[in-house]
Structures are given as structure tokens and as C-alpha cells.
Design a protein around this ligand. Sequence first.
Ligand SMILES: C[S@@+](CC[C@H](N)C(=O)[O-])C[C@H]1O[C@@H](n2cnc3c(N)ncnc32)[C@H](O)[C@@H]1O
Length: 257
Amino acid sequence: MALIPDLTDFYSGGDEAGRLTSGRTIGTLELVRTQELLRAHLPPPPASVLDVGGGPGVHARWLTDSGYEVLIVDAVERHVVEARGQGLAACVGDARSLDQADGSFDVVLMLGPLYHLPDSSERALAWREARRVVKPGGLVAAAALNRYAKLLDLDSRSALDIATTGLRVRSNGPTSYYHDPAGLQAEAQEAGLDHLAVHAVHGPAYEALRAEERRTGRKNLGGKALETALAAARFTDDHPGLVVTSLHLLTIARRPT
Ligand SMILES: C[S@@+](CC[C@H](N)C(=O)[O-])C[C@H]1O[C@@H](n2cnc3c(N)ncnc32)[C@H](O)[C@@H]1O
């Protein structure tokens, strides 16, 4: 099965690990929120985690250091090489057709593949594969882009297109898919998973942070900006309607026993 065009090119130049770990405020926000949301839902270590689309291993790193047994599967060889370079277990593979055995992991993470699969039938394959390889009763946590969040971005020319179609078509990179939060839940359920929650990862302040980056030319905006954005994101955990304000969504589902 072919990967979407340009996926490897898209990840060939940048520093995917640095996206979350370089100290840039929006990266730190994503890392801290993903950590706290996963910690709230994952079974305690040691538990086995298949990190599908795990990239160079930013999440695999802290999960491994916390006592989880993690295997990364990623479609981009460069990421697998980087992950192995820091001692993580990683192999090249495709979310839509995993090599792992049925019911072989306590947890499956899918923090990346869904927005790189614009075709709904291909996302359905990825969801079904996640359900197949997780143990009965095990957890699937999947990240998605929220199609309404770009409406908060004054600099986006395609925000209305994305909100209408769910697609972001770039001239210089792969087309990305943006979910409606209810559609994300429906995809998990159609794959035979029980849906538990959808969380706002970045929360409502993400576009304000990006605007401040543009205004000041600074990527590390300081502790107060991070603290405020984190507080706003955490506020949404008790106010589910606000999930539509967040660029990244994290959905949590369980394979029935
Ligand atoms: C934005 S990165 C996210 C990396 C990491 N999971 C994180 O949350 O920081 C998306 C990752 O998904 C991977 N990916 C995209 N489509 C995939 C597919 N069909 N199968 C496996 N990995 C895929 C990409 O290679 C990339 O490493």
C-alpha cells in the first residue's frame, strides 16, 4: 500500500523530535499535555505500548524511562533510525497494515498517522489495525487535528476550507486531514472500540501563542505564556464543549473484553 505522496519528503528536512523538545512554547505545551493526558489513562508500568507513528521517539523516550515496554512503528525510515540511535526499539511499518500479532499490546498509541491519512477508508484500516493488535480491555489513544481550530488563526487563508472539507491542501507538502471531534469518536466506534473521551491537547490558547511568536519573533515565549496556555488547556478537561478550540485532539478508546 502506497504512503501518501510526499510524506517522506515532508519529514526529510525538519527536526521532528525538536518540534516538542527544543523549548518552543507550543512544543512544550503539546509535550506536557500529551504526557499528563496519557498518564491519566494508561495502565501503570510495566505495560507494553505499541507507538504507531511514534516518529523519532519523543513519547517513547519518557514512556520507556517511566518503565513501559515500548515499540515504535513508523513509516519514515529516518525517524526509525533516530529512535534506534537513542536506544529505543523501533521498526519501519505502516499503521494500515501492522506486522504485530493480534492482541499483543496493552496499549496502542497512534499519535500521528490519522492526520496523514486523508482517505476515510485508509483511516478505518489504521483504526482496525489498532484494535486488532491491542489486547481485549486494552487502550487505544489516537491524536487528530481539529478542523475548527484554524478558525482562530488570523493568519490562515485556508481556515474556512479546512472547517468545511476537513482537508488542508498544501502546495509544498502532503494533504492533511482535520477531524470533526464527533467524527473522530465515530471512527473509533466503527472500528469496534468503546470510546471513552476526547481531550483538547493544546487547548484554546494555541493560536494566540502562534500569533505572539509571529509578533515578537520569539519561539520561547516564557513561563507565564506556557502556564496560562496549560491552565486554559486543563480547563477544557472539565468543559468538553471547548474541545473544538484545540488544534490537537487526543481520543481515548478501549477494546471491549
Ligand atoms: C507529527 S509526527 C508525530 C510523532 C509522534 N507520534 C509525536 O506525537 O510527536 C507523525 C508521525 O506519523 C508517522 N506516520 C504517518 N503516516 C503513517 C503511517 N501510515 N504509518 C506509520 N506511521 C505514519 C510519520 O512518519 C511521523 O513520524
